[in-house]
Design a protein around this ligand. Sequence first.
Ligand code: C2E
Ligand code: CA
Ligand code: CA
Length: 758
Amino acid sequence: MGDTKVWEGERIRANKRWNVTAVLLCLCFVLGSILFLTNMGRQYTKENLVLLDNAAFQHETALVKQVEGDFQTLHGVAVFAGRQDILDPEQLIRLVGEVNEGNAFIRMGLASLTGELELMELGGKRYPGVDISEEEFFRQALAGRDMISEPVPDPYRDGEYINYYAVPVRNGEEAIVGVLCAVNGADVVRAIIEAPLLNDSGYTNLYSSRGKLILSSGTALANGGQPQELAGLAGLSEKERAAVEEALEQNSSVHFNYKAGNTGMLAVLEPSGVEDWFVLCSIPVAALNQRYVVTSAGAMLIIVAACSLFTLLLWRQRRMMNRNQAVVERLAYEDSLTGGRNYNQFLMEAELVRRQDGWMAVWYCDLKKFKYYNDALGYAAGDDMLRRMYRLFERLEQPDGLFCRLMADNFVGLRWYAEREELTEWFSRVVREFHQEESETASRSYIELCMGFYCPDPSDSGLTVNEMVNRANMAQKSIKGESGSRCAFFNETLRQRFQQEAAMEAQGQQALAEGQFQPYFQPKFDIQHGDRLAGAEVLCRWIHPQKGMIPPDQFIPVFEKSGLIMQLDRYMFEQACSWYRRYLDGGGARINLAVNVSRAGLLREDFVDYYVRVKETYGIPDGAMELEVTESLALGGEELLCQLVRELQAHGFTCSLDDFGSGYSSLNLLKNLPIRVLKLDILFFQRSVDKVRERIVVRNIINMARELKIRVIAEGVEETESVEFLRGAGCDIVQGYVFAKPMPLAEFEALLAGSAGK
Ligand code: C2E
Ligand code: CA
Ligand code: CA
């Protein structure tokens, strides 16, 4: 399976999710910006139209004002002339001069009803016999309307254009008697339409309602001139053309776009308020949009910059995250010593691989005596050796095998096989190459390999890989005591033991609730005072409804592993106290009663509180209750044990050190541990080869204890001869089959009753 990294896929998925999110966010941002810009564009277009309308309006008002002013002057003259019957142009000119000083009319005259006119210039030059009978402005004036003509070439000055103004002249009876005509240079009107439009980029033309160009401004001419007909404007859509025609007809205004050469123009066509003239104001779209383009370019720039910055930040953050994750993954899934996968990773991968076809074995390898190697050569050398071991397994691994260092000097792995022999052969090869390599690197390696295999059968499919590893470990442990490098398979016996233990573990809790555990009492005798009954040790028995009595050796270790032992100890203690209370209430004499305390119970926070509370609840007198702790309890926590013993003894308990002499540190422990009683381990009085040597040891321990004011109990004494020796050596108490075996309560009570009189 190689390096199937379960989290790898997860990380790729996370990165993908991340990318999609980033792209979506950017997209949202860009879309939002585009929306904003289009909206802004629309706003600008609206503003542009208003701008154009305003410009057109200004031109119109200026034009109307000019023309109206001119007509007003003429009206004044016309009224006067009508009343006074003045028909001489010279007089008229003078009149005009009086009515409106500085008037710009260049010529003036009074036409008869038949259209004969004599014009006279301000300078006095006369132009008699002008016939205007066919002119529209004359006819309109005769009909009673003021009128200004479209600009026409001046017949008396080359290249100049003029407008005719015509106003009816009425006599006292309001009858029209003539037409007052005035001539103005077309420049007057042109000057108005040439007023700057939007920073001079635009221009204004005048058209008649028939769409004929009346006057175009100098700028328009500079821009390539304007067609003589409105219909000649290029670049209008059909709709726009129709709208223009309609506006001309209806005397209304219209906006449209057209092309002047290559320049796109935005235009408004509006009735000017003078005659049927229309004002056409045009502005290059580019000039109008310039503001918008600058603003939106700025906005776009900011958006792009913001997007880039955002992406950059996200990218950096992701890079950091990936890096951190890689570190976390390494910590979580890598063994720092070997650099290979750690146990968690192994379990994860193994669970995936096990579903493959084929036979799979789980192996567990322990390096025996590695501790000594470590102690002798130092941790660095120890670590090197573990790394070499790792490389060796790596070298000899199957292409689709899997292994890791579990902890310390333990390795576990999976192997595929067809026959079990393949596994043992592989193990032999591991051992061979290991020693070969070690002889090359280290001076001499005394390390031995101990390997357990677990070959699951189909009925084990419910087991987790971790449970399989446990079984391989059990197989390994079953041969640990044997010398040399060895391997073993998890077998039927182990399986049964395993099943029994599992069953026991499962049943323990219920058995406790149902009271299947009973206290047995093993009496203790004071051999210095006529072998009188001095007390008892309370020992637990499991009276199983089907299996009968189960000895503690079988279930205590299981309960120690599962943690149930703490509850069992407390249960036994309460049973003992409860009985003691009844016994005292029944007038019994004080005896010493000892109960066992396990390591798990001792490490509980409420350990002392609990025992003191129960003792007080039952009113057990001080000095009557003894708690037996084993020296293994002191392992790694001697100070804690000393403190607990002190606290217990301060509360009236006696503490004894059980199984003294079975461990390593017994003698050393005595220096500090303030216990009052020492129980010599059962092994002192069994299977000893040399009785003489045994007795020297025992006698000296007893001496030492007496000097330390510690009482000595000899446990497991089966022979009278030993009792005599112990008596001579100064041992206080004997607890053993030589006097009595552990017995049920009734039997013990009978014994107590029997001894009461003595
Ligand atoms: P232990 O505390 O060392 O108890 C003494 C054991 O030696 C008892 O075994 C007792 O029956 C046995 N024994 C006493 N005299 C002789 C003798 O002359 N010859 C031989 N061959 N054996 C003798 P038992 O009752 O089977 O208990 C075994 C162990 O189980 C105990 O060893 C103790 O460690 C544990 N145990 C028993 N009850 C409890 C309990 O309630 N709590 C805890 N934590 N452990 C208990
Ligand atoms: Ca004991
Ligand atoms: Ca013991």
